[in-house]
Design a protein around this ligand. Structure first.
Ligand code: DC
Length: 218
């Protein structure tokens, strides 16, 4: 693509397909993809490993100041170690949701996300991208799908990975996480003005990817 900088922000609840779509769009446009949820997950994973609860405390601040989170070739790197699969368990999902509600954590990770995005073309997904991280993004989407469909997708993923879960538990976890993410005081999940609603219920990955590509390539 031979055009000036393009920044694409994708926000929405978990399981809406944000990361799958963002990855595919990034590949087509040959731009970087930044999975900001993975950053909250990596921090949650580190805290869980140290037995530090997700509440603001001197121990948590100490970890926050001494943690290095980065991306390299599609991998998420925590303190120099690839943690891709370790951060995708139901326990770490809950921990990530809890740490992401702490204002000082958001401040630090948002600053890091803005630094990683730098001054280049990127597609970034999360909950507060259009509102806080890149408010001047050229394209903004609020991607969602019914809670049942999102739970169905997540359930299949977890079963494929050999996790021992039931559909009911996955659905209730998703509903709890939706509630937490959209009712917290710090940057609650919401569709901002100027963001296009993309309801992916019943849509294939290809359909959603093509929809975005058509707009960006216009
Ligand atoms: O997208 P995800 O499920 O990997 O995100 C993990 C958690 O992090 C989720 O509960 C919401 C939170 N999060 C956030 O608060 N802000 C972001 N930009 C990305 C994720």
């Amino acid at each position: 693509m031979d055009r000036e900088k393009i920044r694409i922000a994708i926000d929405g609840p978990s399981g809406a397909g944000k990361s799958t779509i963002a990855k595919a769009v990034a590949k087509e446009l040959n731009i970087d993809y930044i999975d900001t949820g993975a950053m909250y997950r990596a921090l949650g994973y580190k805290l869980a490993g140290k037995g530090i609860p997700a509440i603001e405390s001197p121990e948590l601040l100490e970890v926050l100041d001494n943690t290095d989170i980065d991306f390299s070739e599609g991998n998420i790197i925590l303190d120099g170690v690839v943690v891709n699969d370790k951060i995708r368990t139901p326990e770490i999902s809950k921990m990530a949701s809890d740490v992401s509600a702490i204002p000082i954590v958001r401040k630090k990770l948002v600053a890091l996300q803005q630094k990683i995005a730098g001054n280049k073309s990127v597609i970034m997904d999360g909950r507060d991208i259009a509102e806080v991280v890149i408010p001047d993004a050229e394209y903004k989407y609020f991607m969602t799908a019914s809670a049942e469909e999102r739970a169905e997708r997540r359930y299949k993923e977890l079963i494929a990975k050999g996790e021992d879960v039931t559909f009911e538990k996955v659905l209730s976890d998703i509903e709890k996480r939706d509630y937490n993410d959209s009712h917290r005081a710090a940057s609650p999940l919401r569709q901002v003005e100027g963001a296009q609603l993309l309801d992916t219920t019943g849509m294939s990955i290809e359909e959603v990817v093509n929809h975005i590509l058509e707009e960006v390539r216009k």
